[in-house]
Design a protein around this ligand. Structure first.
Ligand SMILES: Cc1cc2nc3c(=O)[nH]c(=O)nc-3n(C[C@H](O)[C@H](O)[C@H](O)COP(=O)(O)OP(=O)(O)OC[C@H]3O[C@@H](n4cnc5c(N)ncnc54)[C@H](O)[C@@H]3O)c2cc1C
Length: 406
């Protein structure tokens, strides 16, 4: 099944440049709104037909025979436009023609049809935490599902169906009320859409797997064979290839997901830890951590988080599905180094999730991230590079985060 986003849009990714959209914005601001734009005025690169179509959308009209955009629409010139256009990673400061906050799957269908009719590119968006800028676009349409937040838990079947506008924090909170959870990442505001479609790595990954391992059904808006757009279900019985691809194949690739069905895990009681050391122990700690964490008891999920020297703190934290004594025994080689500040508590996984979320939820946060997947431990030469690198950094917010995959 060919359901790629380019197939959906049938339009080049940069049909209107940022500069041209800025010119449009200037015109709009000056004129007091898109509807007031003189449709005969020349705005280079912005197709007059498209400008007219947008003006009609703003006035609540649509050209005969054409699809109308539905949902909550935010156009350039709206007071909400600035907050609606930006995501977590502020280096992707793009200027979409319109942001469509869909209220249901039909709004998604209409938005895609509208984009195809007007030959405009679009991007899917949910929690806005894309680190590569793939949910941002200049001069196109953002199809945003973040207002779609219904959740239905079937405790007798041990499954939950969640709309893709929920954040992973909202999903963990809602499931916890029923005694269940799914493994996902730790940042509460990351969208359940992006995290699941991209895999979903978190502190429960070693004992319980990734978020996508628990995905058993997807509702997705995709193109049909007739050139139209349709809402389909993917599960083990129907469109099983699409379900398979959605388990880590990445957001924005196969269509726009509007809901997920997850197989649930009972919410575990965990022992969690958070330990902080003075920066001077970095090299020794990292070497010990990476000799413990990847091969430790599978019930341990652990992160090693060295900050810059100017910050001065080295941190390791994690979650263990076992007792405090067992966890202390595993961590002993690390805890013997220096005089760490150590918190170890036994509590529900939800309490641990809250504990690790504190301080992480600022929006936007000032973090740059890169990722490296290593088949084994870092060789000593890489450690020798990391230590001076974190020593040179001028900002207290710079850090590196290392976690262990299952
Ligand atoms: C601070 C921070 C912490 C993170 N922590 C973790 C972590 O602990 N574990 C982990 O695994 N990952 C983590 N990530 C990575 C994160 O999971 C990905 O960046 C994820 O893609 C973000 O999803 P989103 O919905 O928030 O982002 P968005 O920017 O909305 O979307 C991300 C991608 O998915 C597409 N997309 C969005 N909605 C849909 C939809 N409904 N249907 C189809 N495609 C869609 C977008 O087009 C884009 O390509 C973290 C990222 C950040 C910034």
């Amino acid at each position: 099944m060919d359901t790629s986003q380019d197939e959906l849009t049938k339009a080049p990714a940069t049909s209107v440049s940022r500069r041209k959209v800025l010119q449009t914005l200037t015109a709009i601001t000056g004129a007091g709104g898109l509807s007031a734009l003189s449709l005969s005025s020349e705005i280079p690169g912005l197709d007059p037909g498209l400008r007219e179509a947008l003006a009609k959308e703003l006035q609540g009209e649509s050209a005969t025979g054409q699809t109308k955009l539905t949902g909550h629409l935010v156009f350039p010139g709206s007071p909400d436009y600035e907050s609606a256009r930006l995501g977590y990673a502020r280096q992707f400061s793009t200027f979409p023609l319109v942001i469509v906050f869909c209220q249901n799957a039909q709004d998604v269908v209409n938005a895609i049809n509208w984009c195809r009719e007007h030959n405009v590119t679009f991007r899917a968006r949910s929690g806005r935490h894309c680190l590569e800028g793939w949910s941002s676009v200049d001069g196109g349409v953002i199809i945003d599902v973040s207002n779609m937040k219904e959740i239905h838990v079937d405790t007798s079947a041990g499954v939950a169906t969640v709309q893709t506008g929920l954040t992973q924090g909202e999903v963990v909170e809602a499931l916890a009320k029923t005694g269940y959870t799914i493994p996902a990442g730790g940042e509460p505001k990351v969208g359940i859409a992006g995290v699941t479609l991209g895999g979903g790595i978190g502190l429960l990954a070693r004992p319980l797997g990734l978020a996508c391992d628990h995905l058993i059904g997807v509702e997705m808006v995709v193109p049909s064979d007739t050139g139209d757009v349709q809402i389909i279900q993917a599960n083990e019985q129907n469109n099983a290839d699409l379900l398979w691809a959605s388990r880590g194949g990445g957001g924005g690739n196969f269509g726009i997901a509007t809901s997920f069905t997850f197989k649930l895990a009972s919410m575990p009681t965990v022992t969690f830890y958070d330990a902080k050391w003075d920066w001077r122990y970095l090299s020794e700690l990292f070497s010990v951590w990476q000799n413990i964490a990847p091969s430790a008891d599978d019930r341990l999920g652990s992160v090693f988080n060295p900050n810059s020297q100017i910050n001065g703190i080295i941190e390791s934290y994690g979650v263990f599905l076992g007792s405090e004594n067992q966890l202390r025994h595993i961590l002993q080689p690390m805890l013997e180094i220096g005089k760490p500040d150590v918190v170890i508590k036994t509590a529900s996984y939800l309490d641990a999730f809250h504990f690790f979320s504190l301080g992480l939820s600022a929006f936007p946060a000032r973090r740059n991230r890169d990722g490296t997947r290593l088949p084994g431990c870092w060789p000593q030469c890489r450690c020798q590079y990391m230590v001076p690198e974190l020593g040179w950094c001028s900002g207290p917010d710079t850090n590196r985060s290392h976690s262990v995959l299952p």
